[in-house]
Ligand binder design. Structure first.
Ligand SMILES: Cc1cc2nc3c(=O)[nH]c(=O)nc-3n(C[C@H](O)[C@H](O)[C@H](O)COP(=O)(O)O)c2cc1C
Length: 484
């Protein structure tokens, strides 16, 4: 999929050029099995080496050399080294992982018409290289940048590259007669290909999947989630939908006419009338046909989204997929109410649940048990059972506990009812609400809190000191907590 951010920046490349750059990045692949024997014209190969040579390097030291290997005997010797190292590596895995490892195609040394060894000479530029004093390995990092430049330029030229690191460095040094002081950083197989896979070979083989970017990005310090990416994820969802060949959407809340900018050839399917097997079969058939499928849920698929039953068959069939997070209805409804679900001294816990109906609820999660916590409680899928809901809630919450009911949050026909446990049933009946509504219960929905405010957080309390601000007057450190 090509992903091109919009920008009005004067120095940005043109839209087409940017599309090309991102396309090379997203469609670059490590190639092992798809090499064709045809030779790469010298002028094309020279362009790739020039691209590599224009990589960034610490202190501009340009520590790289490129050994171009065409000789079949030399390549055969490297392949023997690969086979020996692969056998050693396989011994480290237990079954069935070992057999799975041995079945993977992990090199194309003899299939590709040429190989390239990219080396790093740490002595280049003398002993004191500008920028290398603190991190000695920056010369090797620079060489990796040259490899990536080569790899991306090759993709742009329609040429595949496969990196082979399963060879002992000493063996490579001996075969290629590399001096002791020089490091063999990368051994690459290079050639035209029959095709570039959409996904990494290791992902397709079920070895490893691409990690979720959100889990890898931190804000300011290690481990702190970067929440501003939320908007980027909405954009990500849109890009997936726009690129999809098949869009299966929850039609009860999302109208099919909302899918603008999708491919003209995209097939739109409303999942409202389908059962699980039909949905899964549709997704699998399209994915196995090489199509991009967008399974579009309202809210967030992790909360009452039937995610696991749809994901498991894909996982089992080795079909790669990603889950793009959304905003669950409890949070959209809270925003519609302009309500905070965790107000100090009123509630610091949010329970998302449903009333037991035809879908059973595990022991210990019955509504009357949860009500005893008197926490903020949000009920999905329960509006039609409003009488029973309120009956059970009253076993834990006082009758004057505030209740808000939000139907079709953020849709143009959104309805909000506010009341208490004592009167909300009548309001729901009068409004004839029977579906697509959340019941939000707890003291945080108190009407007076919308205008008067006495429940302040420690976080912004003028007297409270924490890691980012000193309070006045200053408290002694022992009384401080993290303010969250
Ligand atoms: C430093 C490095 C060493 C690698 N070594 C091997 C290797 O020995 N054999 C192999 O099949 N792939 C190797 N790869 C390729 C990775 O498996 C591949 O990049 C990864 O699975 C992601 O797939 P993609 O490059 O197609 O996106 C290597 C990649 C890097 C960056």
């Amino acid at each position: 999929m090509s992903v091109v951010p919009g920008t009005g920046e004067a120095h940005a490349l043109s839209a087409d050029e940017r599309r090309g750059v991102y396309r090379a990045i997203y469609e670059r692949r490590d190639v092992r099995a798809q090499f064709r024997p045809d030779q790469i014209p010298d002028e094309v190969f020279a362009r790739l080496l020039q691209a590599a040579h224009h990589a960034p390097s610490v202190g501009f030291m340009q520590p790289w050399n490129f050994i171009v290997i065409r000789d079949r005997g030399v390549r055969a010797a490297v392949r023997d080294g690969f086979l020996r190292e692969r056998a050693r590596a396989a011994a480290r895995y237990d079954e069935p992982r070992r057999s799975q490892f041995l079945a993977l195609k992990l090199e194309g040394i003899l299939d590709a018409p040429l190989n390239l060894c990219v080396t790093c000479d740490p002595t280049r530029g003398g002993p004191h290289v500008l920028g290398r004093s603190a991190i000695r390995e920056t010369d090797v990092y620079s060489t990796c940048c040259a490899v990536e430049n080569f790899w991306l330029a090759a993709r742009a030229e329609g040429i595949g590259v496969g990196w082979v690191s399963i060879v002992q460095p000493d063996e490579l040094r001996r075969i290629l007669e590399i001096p002791e002081s020089v490091i063999a950083v990368a051994y690459l197989c290079v050639g035209y290909v029959s095709d570039f896979s959409d996904t990494p070979d290791l992902e397709r083989a079920g070895w490893r999947h691409r990690l979720a970017l959100a889990e890898l990005v931190f804000a300011d310090r290690w481990g702190r989630p970067e929440t501003r990416l939320g908007a980027a994820f909405a954009a990500r969802a849109k890009r997936v939908i726009d690129a999809a060949d098949l869009i299966i959407y929850t039609g009860s809340l999302l109208g099919g006419d909302g899918f603008r900018d999708v491919k003209p050839t995209a097939k739109l399917v409303d999942s409202a009338g389908l059962h699980l097997e039909q949905i899964v079969d549709l997704m699998k058939a399209a994915a196995l046909d090489g199509q991009v499928v967008a399974r579009v849920h309202d809210g967030d698929p992790a909360i009452f989204g039937a995610l696991s039953e749809q994901a498991a068959p894909l996982e089992a069939a080795g079909i790669p997929f990603e889950v793009v997070p959304g905003v669950t209805a409890a949070l959209s409804a809270a925003a519609a109410l302009k309500a905070e679900l965790t107000i100090p001294e009123l509630s610091q816990t949010v329970i998302l649940t449903r009333m037991e109906g035809r879908t059973p609820v595990p022991d210990g999660e019955k509504l009357r048990d949860l009500a005893r916590h008197r926490a903020t409680l949000v009920l999905y899928l329960s509006i039609v059972l409003m009488d029973r809901v309120v009956g059970e809630l009253r076993e834990g919450y006082p009758d004057d506990t505030p209740v808000a009911v939000v139907q079709r949050a953020w849709c143009p026909d959104q309805v909000i009812l506010r009341g208490t446990l004592a009167d909300i049933v009548g309001q729901v009946k009068a409004a004839k609400m029977r579906a697509q509504a959340l019941i939000m219960v707890g003291p945080v929905f108190r009407d007076d809190l919308r205008q008067t405010w006495d429940k302040k957080s420690k976080l912004y309390d003028a007297e409270f000191s924490h890691g980012f601000r000193r309070g006045t007057p200053r408290r002694d450190a022992a009384s401080a907590d993290d303010g969250t």
